[in-house]
Ligand binder design. Structure first.
Ligand SMILES: Cc1ncc(C[n+]2csc(CCOP(=O)(O)OP(=O)(O)O)c2C)c(N)n1
Ligand SMILES: [Mg+2]
Length: 1016
């Protein structure tokens, strides 16, 4: 008895299936019709199976002329004839077949033939849908890649079950009958019919071998057909001897590289690739195929596993540069912390040997935080596509590698997938490769995920998933080739699930037998893939043993020589591991070309022009909402009066940078209109669907493009993406705006691991801007605080030391900091700081706490004079008003930042204390303007110093500014605190408590004896 596994679908509905018209298009299905050959699609469903009258009609038409009916009916009636018992030979004449007893007999038979055809079609479909469940994916043969150790009840694994199950109504006697193949299969090759035996054999080969294809959930017939063709066409998975030899050579490099490291540094952590050595040839195949399709830049992101091997054998980082990193005496040449060797990035331009074309490969540096790099890679890829005009992703692409546990467990994977099809975020298809070693550190997949496969997350975007047994290098190569072709054809994501194992512990020091005893018993028995594959090729006569050994020896020699030369390296230059060089921006040594900032002030003419566009609709016949008309009219009035509110200040900054060729990209939730409806950077025609106007793109003829895009509702993914976008070029202002500042904490990993510490770890600048709406306005614990304390806690300036205040101190301080934290109180200052971001000779992340109520506050407006030529960003705004005229009389100097200034100024006026109290605004909080603070503190000789904030005492800015103030005054004076009391939640949810708190701290702020009897 042949041991076929037969997959059954749901045959109960068999009679509802259609017979295909093979001559039709991919999606066309027709009912056979004796007269027209094909009926219209609206014909009622004929009871093909149940109505013998219909069969009769077909039969008579067929008797007239076999060509009258569709070929499937032709084949069907021929079958009837062929299967009529021999004793009835005379009656086999067509006329006799429909007479009397024979006629009913034949109709019964016809019915069976139709049912059998439908059953076979269902069977084919079942393999296509569920074949991967029984594919031989696990090289160890102990865990199933899909975690299901049982075969679902509708799967029939042996031919006797075929008969027993009754699901199909087929049995062994049907195995040699011919069946018409539907157009949804390619197993026939050139053949239209095959025997059942052959159908099953071919389906088994296509779907149940070392490749499991998950794709039938894709809602696109063409894409499904394409995949079926790629995996079903007989003989399609073939390799030339040259290809096999290349594959072997790559496997040798991959394997021997790990062996070499293990020999030389047996106790060093390197997160070796042993058990998934096939990853290297896999990646190289993807790159070869993609290069062949026109790709010339590949941006990659990957975790720890096999990273050194990828650097060595895919990106081709010099081996001695890798080896020298194992030397504990190697000194660091660059400032900053640097990073461990398996986190560093790389950028390399080379010729692809297979295609003879140039290709640039970059691996983005990343933190330990698994999957965090995914959106960053996508952002960088999108940026490169954007700046190169590669609108279809035909030149630049990304490859993301993942561990099985992290791919299933980390939410950012899902967030990144959801960017994949969005117009302003798509990279036109990413190839994902999962190193599925069926373990995460010590954790078994059976307790690490609820989904059958680690890759199920990819189904949400209809990405096909190719599971493949990592011990079958040719199957892996094939799958990689198909994935690359898929991306080139459809520009959509695709996942390769490399099912493999981890030969040793999580790292080289771990003992895996503690926790996975049975798995590791099996692993110890497992032959190395290189051994298996080399023996296979030797047996096939593709290579000789001698050739194989020579290839091994050749690579070992390369490693030894690199090892020797690596000993000459005494200094490690992290800048040699830069993933995103900015040619021409820095000097050859990587230093800024100057240490001054270009002027940020603007010509009146430029201000007027931007103001005019910002308050108009540059397209003809474009009907905007009356509310927007009012907003634009309001803007026009402001411009007429040479004034600007917050939105206009932003417009001035963006517009003027665009004029100078700087691309501006603003991304985040609802940024197009603005959460607070103040921005309106995209106008919507009220009568024509999807007709929009972006006035900012109508400013000047040769301006740079402005991109403003509402994002998906994700912070982690989108902020990571924008950070990556900002990596690609220094000549772009990339801004991410949080809906409310609080929500940035769901992107905390990007902020901690990349933004605040990225330069220290990877010597790369990044000028990303975070706009974080912030302010205590009675909106409750959320929607109030952007948590300034957290950003300030992560700044690296020394609170106890005043830096040398000489030269261009402002720029020097900016150069030395890890990020800039500002809270502007005027639109003019906001405009300046955005411009300064680009006019600085280097790039630093900029965190801006942005206002809510100030957006429309009548006092929070600036004159055009404040941004005119000769003006600049004010790190500190001194007191305005009478107190400045009689400095010695001032009793109290209140330092503050942001919106609370307006509340303080109002209260001061109300209490008539303009001469007694000076209010000074700190606009740039970090780096701390020691020079200006000192000037101000010294000016008011008789005044006490107060820090006033609206946030709670354990939050906001106080903990940051206090020690710095004390350093400025050499601890000779206290800096008193005025603000809300310490609290657990950032703000109250009760409006009256909010107002009481405000009143209480305002009273203290202007109670000039409040601190009289207080001890320090
Ligand atoms: C976000 C995050 N959480 C936890 C860790 C600690 N950690 C490092 S590797 C690892 C297991 C990863 O398993 P998998 O993704 O399957 O990759 P593998 O090591 O098996 O290649 C864990 C939990 C981490 N690096 N990042
Ligand atoms: Mg794993």
């Amino acid at each position: 008895m042949s041991q076929f596994r037969v997959l059954a679908g749901v045959l109960k509905c068999g009679g509802r299936h259609l017979l295909p018209w093979r001559g039709g298009g991919l999606t066309q299905r027709c009912w056979a019709d004796p007269k027209r050959g094909c009926s219209s699609r609206t014909d009622p469903l004929p009871a093909v199976v149940s109505s013998s009258r219909y069969v009769e009609e077909m039969y008579f038409a067929w008797l007239d002329d076999h060509k009258n009916v569709h070929e499937s009916w032709d084949s069907f009636f021929r079958n009837i004839q062929a299967s009529t018992p021999s004793g009835e030979a005379d009656e086999r004449r067509p006329s006799a077949l429909l007479q009397g007893r024979m006629m009913s007999h034949s109709l019964d038979m016809a019915q069976k033939v139709v049912e059998d055809h439908l059953a076979v079609h269902t069977l084919i479909r079942a393999y296509q849908i569920r074949g991967h469940h029984v594919a031989q994916l696990d090289p160890l043969g102990i865990l199933d890649a899909d975690l299901d150790s049982f075969v679902p009840s509708d799967l029939i694994t042996t031919i006797d079950k075929l008969a027993l199950s009754g699901l199909y109504g087929l049995d062994e006697s049907d195995l040699d009958r011919s069946f018409q193949l539907p157009h949804t299969t390619f197993i026939g090759g050139q053949e239209m019919t095959l025997s059942l035996r052959e159908i099953i054999r071919r389906l088994e080969a296509s779907y149940c071998g070392h490749i499991g294809v998950e794709f039938m959930f894709i809602n696109n017939v063409d894409q499904c057909q394409w995949i079926r063709q790629m995996f079903e066409t007989p003989g399609i998975m073939q390799f030339t001897n040259t290809e096999k030899r290349t594959l072997l050579a790559r496997l040798i490099r991959s394997t021997r590289f790990e062996d070499f490291l293990a020999r030389k540094w047996s106790s060093e952590k390197r997160f070796g690739l042993e058990g998934c050595e096939v990853l290297i040839p896999a990646l190289k195949t993807i790159i070869d195929s993609s290069s062949g399709a026109g790709i010339d830049s590949v941006i990659m992101g990957m975790p720890h596993r096999g990273r050194l091997n990828v650097l060595a054998n895919v990106i081709r980082k010099d081996l001695d540069q890798i080896f020298c990193q194992f030397d504990p005496k190697l000194e660091a040449a660059d400032e900053g912390s640097g990073d461990v060797k398996y986190h560093l990035g790389m950028y390399h331009e080379r010729i692809n040997r297979e295609t003879d074309k140039n290709i640039t490969l970059s691996l983005v540096a990343n933190p330990s935080h698994l999957e965090a790099v995914d959106p960053v890679v996508q952002g960088k890829t999108k940026a490169e596509q954007f700046y190169r005009g590669d609108t279809q992703g035909k030149k630049v692409m990304s490859i993301l590698m993942h561990g099985d546990a992290a791919f299933a467990g980390q939410g950012v994977v899902y967030e990144t997938f959801h960017l994949s099809e969005l117009p302003s975020y798509t990279t036109h298809g990413t190839i994902h490769v999962v190193v599925n070693n069926q373990i995460g550190f010590t954790t078994d997949p059976r307790v690490a995920r609820s989904s059958p496969y680690p890759t199920d997350v990819a189904r949400v975007v209809n990405a096909p998933i190719f599971h493949v047994n990592g011990d079958d290098p040719e199957a892996v190569m094939y799958v990689c080739r198909v994935a690359a072709e898929w991306r080139a054809t459809f520009n959509k994501d695709v996942v390769i699930d490399l099912v493999c194992y981890r030969r040793f512990g999580h790292n080289e020091m771990d003992e895996p037998m503690f926790t996975q005893p049975l798995m590791y018993k099996q692993i110890r028995r497992q032959e190395h893939v290189l051994k298996k594959y080399s023996e296979k090729l030797i047996a096939e006569g593709v290579v000789t043993l001698q050739e194989f050994e020579e290839e091994v020896a050749k690579y070992d020699k390369i490693c030894e020589e690199a090892y020797t030369s690596s000993k000459d390296e005494k200094i490690l230059h992290i800048r040699h591991w830069l993933d995103s060089p900015w040619p021409g921006f820095f000097t050859a040594e990587g230093e800024p070309k100057s240490m001054s900032c270009l002027p940020t002030g603007l010509d009146e003419e430029v201000l007027q022009h931007i103001g005019q566009i910002a308050s108009s609709v540059p397209l003809e016949d474009f009907k905007i909402h009356p509310g927007v008309t009012r907003i634009l009219r309001g803007r026009a009035d402001l411009v007429k009066n040479r004034q600007m509110d917050w939105a206009l200040g932003e417009y001035m900054a963006f517009g003027s940078l665009l004029k100078d060729g700087i691309h501006v990209r603003l991304s985040g939730q609802d940024v197009e209109r603005g959460t607070f409806s103040h921005r309106h950077h995209i106008l919507h025609d009220q009568e024509v669907d999807r007709r929009i106007c972006v006035p900012m793109n109508h400013l000047w003829e040769n301006q740079a493009p402005y991109t403003v895009c509402n994002s998906s509702l994700s912070e982690y993914g989108v902020l990571g993406f924008e950070l990556g976008f900002a990596m690609a070029s220094p000549n772009a202002l990339i801004l991410w705006e949080a809906q409310f500042g609080d929500f940035h904490n769901t992107a905390q990993c990007i902020i901690d691991q990349f933004i605040s510490s990225g330069q220290a770890k990877w010597v790369r600048n990044n000028g990303i801007v975070l706009l974080l709406p912030h302010g205590m306005e009675g909106m409750g614990p959320e929607h109030s605080s952007a948590r300034p304390e957290r950003f300030l806690q992560m700044t690296k300036d020394d609170p106890d030391h005043i830096p040398d205040i000489s030269g261009d101190f402002e720029v020097q301080q900016l150069y030395d900091c890890n990020w800039i934290v500002v809270n502007c109180s005027t639109p003019a200052n906001y405009c300046h700081v955005l411009r300064r971001q680009i006019l600085m000779p280097f790039r630093k992340p900029l965190i801006i706490f942005t206002p809510k109520s100030l957006l429309r506050h009548l006092d929070a407006r600036s004159s055009f004079d404040d941004v005119a030529k000769g003006t600049k960003f004010k790190r500190l705004i001194p007191n305005e008003g009478p107190a400045s005229q009689s400095l010695g009389q001032v009793k109290r100097v209140i330092f503050c930042t942001g919106k609370v200034y307006y509340e303080l100024a109002k209260e001061r006026k109300r209490q008539n204390l303009d001469r007694d109290v000076a209010i000074i605004r700190l606009e740039q909080i970090s780096p701390f303007p020691f020079d200006l603070i000192r000037e101000e503190a010294e000016k008011y000789t008789n005044a006490e110093l107060v820090w006033c904030q609206e946030e709670h005492k354990n939050m906001g800015y106080y903990d940051y500014v206090r020690p710095r103030f004390l350093t400025v005054v050499a601890n000779k004076k206290p800096i008193w605190y005025v603000g809300r009391d310490p609290a657990a939640a950032p703000a109250t949810g009760n409006k009256s408590t909010h107002l009481n708190e405000l009143k209480k701290f305002m009273d203290t702020a202007f109670n000039l004896s409040a601190f009289q009897d207080r001890n320090l």
